[in-house]
Ligand binder design. Sequence first.
Ligand code: ADP
Length: 387
Amino acid sequence: MKAILTVNSGSSSLKLGLFAEDLSTLAMCHVDRIGRREAAMKIHDAKGRGLPMPDHAPKAFATNTQALRTALEVFRADFPGLEVVVIGHRVVHGGISHAAPVRLDEETMKDLARLAPFAPLHQPHNLAGVRAAAELFPGTPQIACFDTAFHRGHDFVNDTYALPHAYYARGVRRYGFHGLSYDYIAGELARTEPALHAGRVVVAHLGSGASMCAISGGRSVDSTMGFSALDGLPMGTRSGQIDPGVLLYMLQNEGMDAGQLTDLLYKQSGLLGMSGVSNDMRTLEGSDDPHAAEAIAYFCHRIRREMAALAASMGGLDGVVFCGGIGENSAPVRAQACAGMDWLGLSIDAAANAQAARDIGAGRVRVLVIPTNEEIIIARAAKQVMG
Ligand code: ADP
């Protein structure tokens, strides 16, 4: 049986998708906390039934390659005669030049490795996933799909910072991320809500990483993330937008070096840093610590600010879509993020929101909850690039 494999390789997680040639889902795999003792693999078929692990499978996974090898063994046991004909990878950064998926060769891999300083906590792990797959499937074509690609058509004012122009030429630009998710949502709108797709929509991808995108007529015109995956909304452990003066102060007065600052901004801030409780929204919602409520309030406040800013970029707002782990599952966050936004025509129906309905708007602006699917976007692209 011929199949397409998708790989989303992160610093301590691995997500795999196995698709038939007609792009129907065969199986999914998610491994968390790789490198730690509690690393766990969840693997299930298209109907959500768990697939059995081999007896000799490691209890924990030390590396992404080890996890990939075990998952393939499970896939092969469940789909005898499985032949992976193409592998699609999520790669966070495509730089200035990649506005579409690309087949990977040595030269392209070198180019993408040069972009590692632009996304130091993501790009090296994505490329390590490519190398691990190449080792297990020598000769099988590999395709990279970029989180930045969906945003490459931004106008200059949404692509630049107010720095001397030489930095723009050297790649210091607003790239935007989560593009695979936005691409999927734009496609779903085109398929199910053509009138809304033709209009002005803000998509809020709220997960461990979180960003929002202004999509007008199906095209990304602005995003809350910029040069790095740190900008915009606060996230599980990332700060989101911050006055650059704070960073100068930390370097000059708090005795921090670049490494400590990186750790602070990427790993110690956001919901975790503010609450002191957890980076996980479910835990915060269940906590009676007042700092947990403060962290949620800040998160929702920033969503409201960005909503208005993105509406301004599009000259109006016709719809809002929530997706990602928080956007799809947290009725309280959706309610708080839309509270007091009636002036923009945005309000939600409390009952529909509580029931997790697809259509939860109560005002002029449509409000939808649409589960995102980055894996299918990668599989489609891999199939398309291979013709
Ligand atoms: P990632 O960026 O790692 O893919 P996800 O999209 O899976 O992240 O989102 C993870 C976030 O979603 C976590 O903060 C988690 O607490 C939150 N989440 C998942 N389910 C719920 C729920 N039922 N209620 C509130 N938050 C939820």
